[in-house]
Design a protein around this ligand. Sequence first.
Ligand code: XUL
Ligand code: CO
Length: 443
Amino acid sequence: MSAFFPEIKDRIAYEGPESPNPLAYKYFSPDREVGGKPMAEHLRFAVAYWHTMQGTGADAFGGAVHKRTWRQSGDPLVTAESTLDALFEFITKLGISHYCFHDRDMAPEGADIPESNRNLERLVRRAEQLQKDSGVKLLWGTANLFSHPRYTHGAATNPDPLVFAHAAAQVRRALDATVALGGTGYVFWGGREGYSSLLNTDMKREREQLARFLRASVEYGRRIGFKGMFFIEPKPMEPTTHQYDFDAATTLNFLREFGLIDDFMLNLEANHATLAGHSFEHEILTASLAGKLGSLDINRGNPQLGWDTDQFPTDMHTATLAMWVLLKQGGLQYGGLNFDAKLRRGSVDGQDLFHAHIGGIDTFARALLVADRLVRTQALDSLIEKRYAGYDSPMGRKIQSGEFDLPELEAWAVQSGEPTLQSGREEALENLFNQYLYSSTIE
Ligand code: XUL
Ligand code: CO
């Protein structure tokens, strides 16, 4: 060990909320029991291969500024191997359990499909060994169907069937890799599945193609013994103007429309939610109510910037509401909390990767503790329930059961007169929520 992060000597440890050590956890204490299971099991944190290991700090205005020792070789396969080794050193030193990858993160694309497949198989074998040695697990795999120039006009939704076939070939092998590495999930993020102009787009066809592609992928995955869950990750825009998987509600509708609803759950990303004009918790609850909350990408956007900045999460408010919904649905059976977050361009040191992940891990660890207390005390739930107490009256029950007609309700309204306007107590509830958020009781 300590080949790539020599400045981090030991595994990051829990030192409690008052520790002055920036390289220690203040709240993440993996074995601490929360609601009957260890904290680490609730959270199942995953490092995102692409941002954490391959991030360069490049943006639309300038190239790579993050130099990393694991990408010094001129040979792409040697670089891929040292990147994989560095990933496992990083996760082990962080003391968390999982990672997520795209096929092309793990292994470089070859000159043709067979060479790409050989590259991936070679790296998957190495990952299998590293997983065995370290105990680190794969949360989910996916295929990068958006970076290569052939996917400029989409992958499954491309007007050219040969592009569709290339995408199918990639998903086939990415599924093979996910199964070999024991992933509990497989993600489809729409990448370039969307359009920028209706002047050149047959939207009906493209949505049907996407559905057919997903159907075939599920069939293949099940055929090779994939026992995990297929996830779709909604995003409203970027790279295309109109992404087909706009948000949770749009994606659920798509899955129902094409008979795919039983085969998929959603992987929801915080920054994608805000781009769609929603809060993260709105998206999470929308999926949860449909029984489709599968996994989370826990980055965040920036209120001043209107694009997918993929920053590390530090906002306790959002994280707590997310964990609150998650606990109430009994956790995530197949998923976990994948960072999908990258360092700011100016954070050039390898050590910054530790600070970023430690902050995100502690944010969600504390959020879990607060959410658990909210669930146990029912502080908010009992008030919400009270707000709807009128439905416990005889007529309220009738309405809930659906056994009423409009004239009957009119007669009741005439007889009862004008309803009393009740306060929603929003400000008082915000104060109560803050009291929980900042309470030291949970520590
Ligand atoms: C893109 C995004 C992806 C997916 C996996 O915005 O979130 O990284 O999570 O392809
Ligand atoms: Co994501």
